[in-house]
Design a binder for this molecule. Structure first.
Ligand code: ZN
Length: 325
């Protein structure tokens, strides 16, 4: 074979090898990075394992405890592992005996615009509760979606925030907002709260009533397109005006955002009869909020819920939001 022909043959062989090695449609090129490995798994599977790890190895993690510090470290290192450069934002909040030293973990993913969507979950648990649903599930979903989107173009920038001291007064989300300048706060176009996103019987979505309901509505549209059953009801909605405090139907880190007129929405699971009876979001805030309870009461359900949440989030966060005014 003449040298030039041999070179062509070698080039063709290389091209063929590259083609064989090329990722299947829908998969991204294998970079060998941990975030890439997450992207090539079934949606929600990493979150499920992370929820188990977080609730069992970190365990109970009330605000201002070694458990909460451990929880922050867990999230910090997970985000770092997936290629982010997270920061720890420490704060002291509350008065007198209620005073707590806590902190948030923040990781920013730049997008095509400077407008920022905040995706939040909380690291702390209610005292005495292992907090598997509340809120290891939300932290786990946050970590998986952050990993999946690490190298994906998104129309908006995304701030992934693991809030501290939620259970004792939404201190982490309040601090996050208060630490921003007015201009920085104006860049926040919306907030999606992930609190108790697996474990209850039904997956719900809530949002702010009125002009700011577009974020919840977009989430519902995406869920509908994907065939994901997501339930909402006026009982679940945040009704403005809200003050920067607790005491609403669903108290959570979305409330301070709504208080600053930032469109807020969130996922939560709870009893089927929640809407009629306004029952509690069992088993939140109890010693029974464990992986063992979930597996016993509803085998396989938490996996499906995390899968649904991740699938919906992946589309919402990579799409231009349709109803954004
Ligand atoms: Zn919670």
């Amino acid at each position: 074979m003449p040298a030039s022909v041999r070179r062509v043959a070698v080039a063709l062989l290389l091209a063929a090898l590259l083609l064989v090695g090329a990722p299947a449609c829908g998969q991204r090129a294998d970079t060998g990075l941990p975030s890439q490995a997450v992207s090539n798994t079934d949606p929600g599977s990493i979150a499920y394992v992370t929820m188990e790890q977080f609730s069992q190895t970190v365990g109970s993690r009330p605000a201002d405890s070694w458990g909460e510090i451990h929880a922050r470290e867990f999230v910090f290192h997970a985000l770092q592992q997936y290629g982010y450069e997270p920061t720890q934002q420490e704060f002291i909040a509350g008065e007198g005996a209620e005073r707590v030293h806590s902190g948030n973990v923040v990781a920013l993913k730049p997008g095509e615009s400077g407008e920022i969507l905040v995706v939040g979950a909380h690291v702390d648990s209610a005292p005495g509760s292992p907090g598997a649903s509340d809120d290891a599930s939300g932290i786990a979903a946050l970590i998986e979606i952050a990993a999946r989107l690490k190298d994906v173009a998104t129309p908006y920038s995304i701030a992934f925030v693991a809030f501290g001291a939620e259970e004792v007064g939404l201190y982490g989300s309040l601090h996050y907002l208060e630490a921003l300048s007015g201009t920085e706060r104006k860049a926040l176009m919306g907030m999606i709260n992930l609190d108790g996103v697996a474990g209850g019987e039904t997956l719900y979505v809530y949002g702010v009533e009125g002009d700011d309901s577009w974020l919840r509505d977009d989430i519902l549209t995406v869920a509908d397109e994907l065939g994901v059953k997501l339930v909402t009801d006026v009982v679940l909605q945040v009704t403005p005006p809200v003050s920067h405090g607790v005491g609403y139907e669903i108290a959570g880190d979305h409330i301070p955002f709504a208080g600053y007129d930032i469109p807020a929405a969130g996922f939560i699971t709870g009893d089927d009869h929640l809407l009629a009876a306004r029952a509690s979001f069992w088993p939140m805030n109890t010693p029974d909020d464990t992986m063992a309870t979930m597996k016993k009461e509803h085998p396989g359900l938490a996996q499906r819920q995390l899968r649904d949440v991740i699938r919906v989030l992946e589309v919402v966060l990579t799409s231009k939001l349709a109803k954004k005014p």
